[in-house]
Design a protein around this ligand. Structure first.
Ligand code: AMP
Ligand code: MG
Length: 300
């Protein structure tokens, strides 16, 4: 009898298994020199389950709480746009690190009406006429919204640096500019969560090979990715410098071990949940006389 009662209350429990310790601590990049090779790409820091078999279920279990918090954020954006907060999730990582997978599996749990997703590609002719932050500024989330950047301002110190698209003197001053830019966004009420999806050289090879192994994955394969792969050390160095020089309290970097897709998806969803909880979001007050409106509806 007692056992039966217990299992009933467990199945009814609304709060899913929590991370063993907040991921905003476990995955936060410490300040100081960054050595990416010392950060395990296959780690499962804080994961409360057994492994791959319960990864998707534990990710999905976060959906109700994330949805509720996102709705509060959105409601505040509608009621009081002047003061409403915003969230910006920045996703960076080498090709195949899973930016798309995170958007589908972690961010996909959020009401699409509350999401502003921007994928940054090679700048268009129009974008090229402007400062590199022009297109980024235009994509910052509106009040009450969750912005997602699939690539970001960081491409301007990553691919631009490795491919020598501008002189050193040009990209070298961008770290400070990006910090200033992010500080302003944070001051305007944006909670910034920067995720570096850290995939290993070997895992990238396996994922590229998988894309060539079946016709339904050809569309994901870009021959140019192999050229970038050939410059792996230069990219890792560029990433290390970007992470080190732009790792601030107002726009911190989180390093997400990305060799295990189920962990990567859970970790980003969990990070989003933790940040939304930390924003202390309440429902907006009614801007009308509730009792009077109830009476009017009753009479109508
Ligand atoms: P994907 O994300 O796979 O669709 O690829 C987008 C491509 O656009 C990647 O190769 C990026 O490196 C490239 N890209 C994004 N931003 C920039 C930029 N600011 N300058 C040059 N290339 C960029
Ligand atoms: Mg790609």
């Amino acid at each position: 009898m007692a056992a039966k009662k217990k299992s009933k209350s467990t199945s009814k429990s609304k709060s899913p298994q929590r991370a063993t310790k907040p991921l905003s601590q476990l995955l936060r990049l410490p300040s100081g020199p960054v050595d990416l090779s010392s950060l395990d790409t296959a780690a499962t820091h804080g994961f409360p389950g057994k492994g791959k078999e319960d990864g998707p279920a534990l990710t999905q279990a976060l959906a109700p709480e994330i949805s509720d918090l996102q709705e509060r954020l959105y409601a505040n954006g509608r009621s009081d746009p002047e003061n409403a907060k915003r969230v910006l999730v920045v996703l960076q990582g080498m090709d195949t690190s899973g930016k798309g997978g995170v958007i589908r599996h972690a961010m996909g749990m959020v009401d699409p009406q509350g999401i502003q997703l921007t994928s940054f590609k090679v700048p268009t002719d129009e974008e090229r006429k402007h400062h590199y932050l022009w297109r980024i500024r235009r994509a910052l989330p509106d009040p009450g919204m969750i912005g997602i950047f699939d690539r970001s301002q960081y491409e301007d110190v990553l691919v631009v640096r490795v491919e020598q698209l501008v002189p050193v003197s040009e990209w070298n001053k961008r770290y400070d500019e990006i910090n200033t830019f992010e500080k302003k966004a944070a001051d305007e009420g944006t909670t910034i969560i920067k995720c570096f999806l850290h995939v290993s050289f070997d895992e990238q090879k396996a994922r590229l090979a998988a894309r060539l192994a079946s016709p339904d994955k050809y569309w994901k394969y870009n021959p140019g990715d192999v050229d970038a792969r050939a410059k792996w050390p230069a990219y890792q160095q560029a990433y290390a410098d970007a992470l080190e020089r732009c790792n601030t309290d107002y726009a911190p970097w989180f390093v997400i071990p990305a060799d295990r897709k189920w962990y990567r998806n859970w970790a980003v969803a969990q990070l989003l949940r933790e940040h939304l909880v930390g924003m202390d979001l309440s429902w907006p007050e009614a801007t009308f006389d509730v009792a009077a409106e109830k009476a009017r509806v009753a009479r109508s």
